[in-house]
Design a protein around this ligand. Structure first.
Ligand code: IMP
Ligand code: MG
Length: 174
């Protein structure tokens, strides 16, 4: 598959993705029995993962989305992300964050921190992909689809320069 100047080869097939997603949904159904969790998808990359997870969730639940806006602070700390679009009251709620990929872990750990500050009852994360070799901060991730090597991937919601999100499988740089 070609996107702009780069060529990609298949890494995870549609069938592998769907069977892993079903397993994660089943685990969540079991772990949150008798609870009413609030799922929070992180846009844009998670939209397909969120849709496929939720199709297999049998719990009474809510779903919402947030977006992270990057802006550069004039400090040595570098870039800071602002959380946009969270309208639900998350005080005392059981939150399950749905993310496409965890790379350095900085995005997810700042989101977890923010939800805890706002008084969530519990905060857990389900990520489709994790790059263990890229992790820079400690992050406690309860549900992990696939651990992959530290290479750039695209498809099934993930993009290369805004392109390539619209595929049923995940591809890796060739
Ligand atoms: P982190 O804060 O470094 O963990 O970055 C996570 C975010 O970076 C994800 O939500 C993606 O948007 C993006 N990202 C990281 N690795 C990849 C990749 O291989 N392909 C596409 N997007 C990626
Ligand atoms: Mg993302």
């Amino acid at each position: 598959m070609k996107i702009k100047d780069k060529t990609f080869k298949i890494l995870i097939s549609e069938k592998e993705l769907q069977s892993k997603i079903l397993a994660i949904s089943k685990a969540i159904n079991k772990d949150y029995k008798d609870k009413t969790p609030l799922f929070i998808g992180i846009l844009n990359g998670s939209f397909m993962f969120v849709a496929d997870i939720l199709k297999n969730i049998s719990l009474q639940c809510e779903i919402s989305f947030i977006k992270l806006a990057s802006y550069t602070e004039m400090t040595s700390s570098g870039s800071v992300k602002e959380l946009l679009g969270l309208n639900e009251n998350i005080f005392k709620r059981d939150i399950i964050i749905l993310e496409d990929i965890i790379d350095s872990g900085k995005t997810i750990s700042s989101v977890i921190e923010e939800f805890k500050l706002r008084g969530a009852e519990s905060v857990e994360v389900a990520t489709l992909l994790l790059k263990p070799d890229a992790l820079k901060v400690e992050a406690d991730i309860k549900y992990i689809g696939f651990e992959i090597s530290n290479e750039f991937v695209v498809g099934y919601g993930l993009d290369y320069d805004g392109l390539g999100r619209n595929t049923k499988a995940i591809y890796q740089l060739k």
